[in-house]
Design a protein around this ligand. Structure first.
Ligand SMILES: [Zn+2]
Length: 93
C-alpha cells in the first residue's frame, strides 16, 4: 500500500497509475460504521482501497477474523488480491 505517492508506488511495482490507486492505504472499520461499528482505534485497521471497498460486497461478507485468514491463505499462494484486480489493466492517465 502507499500513503503519499501513487506514482512512485506504481513505478516500484510496475503498475499503471490507475492500478496503483487501488492500493491507497485506507482506514478499514472491522465492524462497519453503517452497522454501528465504533470509530475507535480498536475497530480500525489499515487496508488498501480495493479491499476496503469490496470486503463487504460479497453475498456473505466474511467477518474480520475470517477475512484475515482468507488474505493470509491467498498470500501464502502468492495471490494477495482476487484475480479480477490483478488482471484489470488500465492505461496511465
Ligand atoms: Zn487490499
Amino acid at each position: 500500500m502507499w500513503d503519499e505517492d501513487p506514482r512512485a508506488f506504481g513505478e516500484r511495482f510496475s503498475l499503471s497509475l490507475a492500478e496503483a490507486l487501488r492500493y491507497r492505504c485506507t482506514a478499514e472499520h472491522l465492524h462497519e460504521k453503517c452497522k454501528g461499528g465504533a470509530d475507535e482505534e480498536r475497530n480500525i485497521v489499515a487496508a488498501c482501497d480495493f479491499c476496503n471497498r469490496t470486503r463487504h460486497l460479497a453475498k456473505r461478507p466474511k467477518d474480520a477474523a475470517s477475512f484475515a485468514k482468507y488474505v493470509q491463505s491467498r498470500m501464502k499462494r502468492g495471490k494477495w488480491h482476487p484475480v479480477r484486480l490483478e488482471r484489470q489493466r488500465a492505461p496511465l492517465r
